[in-house]
Design a protein around this ligand. Sequence first.
Ligand code: ADP
Length: 609
Amino acid sequence: MILFSLFALVPLSALGAFSVQTAKELILNIVTNEVDHVARDKVELLKRWISERKADIAVVAGSSILSSTDPYVIAAYLELVRTNYRVYSGFAVFSRTGQLVYSTSADSPVPDGAEWFREALKGRLFMSDIFFDPERMDSFFLISAPLPEKTGDIARVICATVGTNTILSAILSVSLGRTGECYLVNREGMFLAHKEPHRILTENIAQSESFKNIFNARSNRITYIDYRGIEVIGSSSRVEGTDWALVVEQDRDEAFHAAGTLTRYISLVIAFSVLAALASAWLLSRYVAMPIHKLSTAADELAAGRYDPNLINTKRRDEIGLLLKAFADMAEKLRHREKDLETKVHLREAELKETGVELQKTQQAAVRSQQLASMGQLAAGVAHEIRTPLTSLKLFLESVESDIEVSTEFEEDFHVAMKQIKRMEDTINRFLDFARPQEPLFSDVCVEDLIKDALLVVGPRARQQETVIALDIKPSLPTVRGDRKQLCEVLVNLMVNALEAMVLRGDLKITACVQPFSNGEKQSEHVRIDIKDTGPGIAQEQIPKLFDPFFTTKATGTGLGLSIVLSIIQLHGGEVLVSSGEYRGATFSVIIPSAGKNKGKNDGKDTDS
Ligand code: ADP
């Protein structure tokens, strides 16, 4: 706003000041020329008039009538001249000795010691300074001239008293506004003619700036302080042949009245322009600068993520309104995008957290696997070390049994010892099988045959504890590729666990079916065998530990059965699943890739035993 005002006002003020200055100079020139012109005209008029008066006296002095000794003759002549020329208030003729010969009026000038008389006697035409007669309220001056005889000697002197009223009233009246005036001063600084008669020959302006300006060429200034102490524009002109100067002056204030008016007008225009500039600047600031400032603040807020849509709420339909609306739309879209991004980031964070948990679990599992592997190695070493002396002990006891007769008192203890040794040997062998698994001998195996082989092993025990076994083998089952002995061991292990879980009575259901398997684009068939019991089931927290070696809940268990099952099935490229809950029984599922050949024998009917 300030800049706008400065740019608008500085040139305007300069133009105004220049106009006022030019107007003043112009007015000064015009007034100066005018007063100059008037002064020269008036001086010319006065000069001409004085010359005429001098010429009059010269003519009168040259008249032979004035040589007459008869005063009546002289009187008639001089009265005639006086009445014809009106400007003369009187004529007087004096003898060489100063005696009055004739005078047209009673108050004739006195020649004793008077300059006009002396000069005339010297044969020169003389004009005196002006003097003021308060009684007649008129100014006069004297013109004297010698009256020579025929011999050339000066016998008499004529002196005319000239009234200046007519000429001076013509000279003093000037049409220069209200304050324009014209006056006559002599070299001593006395007023000789002035529109105010009381100043004539009473006031001396020798010390005033006007006087210095009139008679001192070096201080010839256009404007100066006059005898009244007022600044005036003036011009003066000397009256040739006299010590007089005619001055024409006009008050500076009056002369510059027009310039003053112009200055007032220009000031008014500048004031109006200031107001207009301020109003324009205010409008510009309110309707352009402020909305743009708001927009910039909103952009900053948007960048800082604190954007408030109310900041640039507008109903304007002009370009600024369109700009604000475009910004608001953009901010809204950015806000939506930011929200989307935030949601995506949160999702990613949750995924990362999940992945982190999984990773942690995997790391824990890896550590545990490593610990188990070390433990397994150690245990395998120990088992190996124990098996040799155990075998020796077993052989020794067998030879003792055949060589010496064991008394009936110790026979039972002997058999218990043998049984325990055998059990220890079995456990060690199973452990060693697990620790150093045999390489599977692959062949196409019929799943139904496999299940029946396993049932042959566990059948006696099932019958012993009155367990009902149900078989559901789907027809046309494909064969599986695997080691028949190892796969049979897997099924036996799972069936024994199921029977052990049920203790007395219960239902054991064995199902075999095809399970489609998809590995990316590759589709294949797997065979699934489920072994389901009606035992107490497995607690959820125990399920992850089931396949760990040595995990057992049984008093005489080894905890190796499921570990061996898992390692054999993994060697066959399959997997083992468990589903159970407490008191709901347990289902162990073995899934093995099929060999693709159909060797199924079952007609699809369930078999119970
Ligand atoms: P063991 O039979 O020597 O205990 P396993 O590895 O075969 O070793 O089994 C480990 C544990 O799994 C068992 O102690 C038992 O707690 C649990 N288990 C396995 N099968 C079943 C089942 N069918 N029902 C309930 N628990 C089972």
